[in-house]
Design a protein around this ligand. Structure first.
Ligand SMILES: [Zn+2]
Length: 310
């Protein structure tokens, strides 16, 4: 049997009876406060540990999902990195092809430095933002920089192709206006230089070449230019072509001209027919090439037939 009674203010007396003995336990207020404090601290500790366990559980769950997300993100980054690498190899091949084309046609080469199409400003991982950036953010930033560079390089390649195309058109225009084919096929009667004149029988400078063929054989322009026709005692019926550059050509002794004054003719176009007008002993073409108004050997401006492609 247990009996409790309050012996005094703030005192608790407990009397225990058993086997004829009585035990008395007296709890002082100080001990009671200590017990209460210990109890409160125990409850608080338990609650704290429970909260910590809950937090760790949630954190583990978040970490697990975060790791899954990171794995997927890294996989996507790897795929993007492989794609960017393949595009960098492709643009390198395009630049190599461009170098070959430019070298083949004598165009100005583009240096590797220019093709890097760099832009200003530092791009390092040591700046303040990078210190707090995650590995994924740094990877993505590097990829973005490589993609930006690729886009600039593709733009530059387009510009380079346009520039090369313009260069080719300009070169073709210039080549079209340089004497480069024989006006007629035939027999070379007389070359360029001093010779005994066939009529005056004295040494005279021959400022062109004489090519014989049947009367009426078509004569073709050796290069594109603007035609001017005329007739003189020495040249007979002739066509003068102004090629719009340093070159002019003359086609003389024609039976008849085949073009009107001021007309623009293309290389290979018929401009007259073989005859024997003027100072001539038989049907042939007297052909002159002049550079800056000075006569030069036309044979140096007659290229093989399969060399010219119009
Ligand atoms: Zn001649």
């Amino acid at each position: 049997m247990v009996k409790k009674k309050r012996a005094a203010l703030n005192d608790i007396v407990v009397q225990c009876e058993g086997r004829g003995k009585i035990c008395t336990l007296r709890a002082r207020p100080f001990l009671i406060r200590c017990c209460k404090s210990v109890l409160c601290m125990s409850v608080a500790g338990y609650l704290l540990l429970a909260s910590l366990a809950l937090f760790l559980g949630i954190a583990r769950s978040v970490t697990f999902f975060s790791e899954c997300k990171n794995t997927r993100l890294m996989s996507e980054i790897r795929e993007m990195r492989d794609f960017v690498s393949s595009q960098e190899e492709y643009i390198t091949r395009l630049f190599s092809d461009d170098d070959c084309r430019r070298s083949m046609y004598g165009a100005v080469a583009v240096s590797d430095e220019v093709r890097q199409v760099g832009v200003g400003g530092p791009a390092t991982d040591d700046d303040i933002e990078s210190v707090f950036a995650t590995r994924h953010e740094i990877e993505l930033r590097r990829l973005a920089e490589r993609v930006d560079k690729l886009l600039r390089q593709y733009d530059f390649h387009d510009y380079s192709l346009t520039d090369f195309s313009g260069y080719l058109k300009d070169k073709k225009y210039r080549m079209d206006h340089v004497p480069s084919i024989a006006p007629i096929n035939g027999w070379l009667l007389s070359g360029f230089g001093v010779r005994t004149h066939p009529i005056f029988h004295e040494a005279r400078m021959h400022e062109g070449v004489d090519i014989a063929n049947f009367e009426g054989t078509p004569i073709r322009a050796s290069a594109a230019g603007v035609a001017k026709t005329g007739r003189s005692e020495t040249y007979g019926n002739y066509v003068f072509l102004d090629h719009g550059n340093e070159f002019t050509t003359i086609y003389a002794h024609m039976r008849a001209t085949g073009v009107i004054d001021g007309r623009y003719v293309k290389r290979g176009e018929i401009i007259g027919y073989v005859g024997s007008t003027g100072l001539s002993t038989g049907p042939h073409l007297h052909y002159e090439v002049r550079k800056y108004r000075h006569p030069i050997d036309p044979e140096t401006y007659i290229l093989p037939n399969d060399f010219i492609v119009d």
